[in-house]
Ligand binder design. Sequence first.
Ligand SMILES: NC(=O)c1ccc[n+]([C@@H]2O[C@H](COP(=O)([O-])OP(=O)(O)OC[C@H]3O[C@@H](n4cnc5c(N)ncnc54)[C@H](OP(=O)(O)O)[C@@H]3O)[C@@H](O)[C@H]2O)c1
Length: 246
Amino acid sequence: MSKTIFITGASSGIGKALAFEMARKGYGLALAARNHESLRKIREEVHRTYSPPVTAIRPLDVTHYNDVYAAFSEMAEETGGIDIVLANAGVGLGEKVGRGDFDKAKQTLEVNLIGAIATMDAAAAYFLQKGKGHIVGISSVAAFRGMPKSSAYCASKAGLAVYMEAMRAELYRKNIDITVLYPGFIDTSLNDMLPSRPFLISVEKGAQIIAKLIEKKVKSSTVPVFPWNIVGRILKILPTAVIARM
Ligand SMILES: NC(=O)c1ccc[n+]([C@@H]2O[C@H](COP(=O)([O-])OP(=O)(O)OC[C@H]3O[C@@H](n4cnc5c(N)ncnc54)[C@H](OP(=O)(O)O)[C@@H]3O)[C@@H](O)[C@H]2O)c1
């Protein structure tokens, strides 16, 4: 029987590309994001191209935390069951420290960290009851080192990774797999305004790699694996004088 994946932030970028990639592989889809019109178009196009077993769509703002739990159970019901959850919804607002950007920092943490925790907590409750499941979180290489002009973004992604590490230990031997992914630069509107995007890959390529890592049920990985597995380690030890120029 085919599996179904629940994806937050599925209306654009990585979430959208992954919806297509998973449909191509025969998975059922439960897609959530704030932009319902985009989700409708994606459902239409996915059905025209791949006829996946099921596609449920639902508007969801992950900062409406109670609604995350409601969305999860509604979509589990509508699709006949969810097997994999991808906490992907996120923002990158380019906040600066001490420059009146506190609201941006707060929003970043609310979406990227607390919204993701709500998604994964709803998933864990459901999978504990079901007796199995797979939770995947999209962190970032920004979790490896605090970078200028993205302090809250880096903190949100590092927080997500550590939360998931704790979740893996707490859910040990509960038959729930935990996968933390650390993408480098993937070509989406989240970062297309940046002057430099080293080792950039297309969103389709990113989705293919992410789909493979999900199917392998890896505990954690950079995306793409190389060169970010090496660059990530170097980032951690670079002197602040070098990081400050980035
Ligand atoms: N692109 C990269 O290079 C890269 C690298 C590392 C990590 N990431 C992470 O990958 C994830 C996806 O980013 P992306 O690059 O695909 O960017 P994107 O194209 O801007 O997509 C972000 C998605 O998140 C959704 N979203 C934003 N705020 C939301 C909210 N409050 N509630 C629900 N959904 C919300 C958006 O949908 P709506 O606006 O319709 O809600 C959109 O579908 C993010 O967590 C990002 O931090 C990206």
